[in-house]
Design a protein around this ligand. Structure first.
Ligand code: ZN
Length: 251
């Protein structure tokens, strides 16, 4: 199976369109969306429409959870809170109904999807250190666990036989082409594809990944998109300036 892994689209239609255009020339069997499809950006309905059109398997992120009233918006920073309240007003019943049907954790053959980590999916923990990656690898019942939330691409490899982490890959060069061990070799992977719509690793281009379970490869790709167009829409919508500004710096 060849999976396109998209996370943290954040209502950025310009970024999502550039990614889907790029993927149109690839053989993709299944699109996976790791949550936070909405929030921050100005195009929530259109982004959900694009995900529907490619029949993406999606899980809820904290922004969907907040839109659905399942997370107290007071826990969010001011820009996120303003954007969530704006998004909630903007989405119609049918879009909210779609989000309500997204689970916190989903399994698609050999791949488990969750927004933050498997330790407590409803707490939306940022998976940033090795101990958390090991916990999620241990909790995972499939060979691959794909996570988002940090907006920073990274791959953790965990050796089930020695119960030790084997590799951490985080540089752009390492992530451009990762050779994966076959599941039969007892390796498990925690994979973050980075963020489509609001990258935070210093590279403002949209980030996503292609996982080929048959070939045993993972590639994290970056595509340039119309950042100025996405910024203009955020400003025209009256959303916080910070949300427009950060797209250009990728932080
Ligand atoms: Zn996010």
């Amino acid at each position: 199976m060849r999976y396109a892994i998209l996370s943290d689209i954040h209502s950025n239609l310009e970024a999502l369109s550039a990614v889907l255009d790029h993927l149109a020339s690839e053989r993709i069997d299944r699109y996976l969306c790791l949550g936070d499809a909405v929030g921050y950006g100005a195009d929530p309905e259109a982004c959900l429409g694009r995900l529907r059109a490619c029949r993406a398997v999606s899980v809820c992120g904290n922004h969907e959870w907040a839109c659905l009233g399942k997370l107290d918006v007071r826990w969010l920073n001011e820009a996120a809170r303003t954007a969530i309240l704006w998004t909630r007003d903007r989405l119609g019943f049918s879009d909210l109904d779609v989000l309500r049907r997204w689970p916190l954790v989903a399994t698609e053959e050999a791949v488990t999807l969750v927004h933050g980590s498997l330790s407590h999916p409803d707490r939306f923990e940022y998976l940033v250190d090795l101990a958390q990656a090991v916990d999620t690898a241990k909790a995972c019942r499939t060979a691959y666990c794909v996570v988002g939330h940090t907006h920073v691409p990274v791959v953790f490899e965990y050796d089930c036989s020695t119960r030790q982490p084997a590799r951490i890959l985080s540089s752009a060069g390492e992530l451009a082409e990762v050779r994966l061990a076959q599941p039969a070799d007892g390796m498990r992977y925690v994979i973050n594809p980075g963020s489509v719509g609001q990258p935070r690793d210093g590279d403002p281009r949209a980030s996503f990944a292609i996982l080929d379970t048959q070939a045993g490869t993972l590639t994290v790709r970056r595509v340039a998109y119309d950042i100025a167009g996405a910024q203009r829409k955020i400003r025209e919508a009256g959303l916080p300036e910070l949300l427009a500004h950060r797209l250009a710096v990728g932080r």
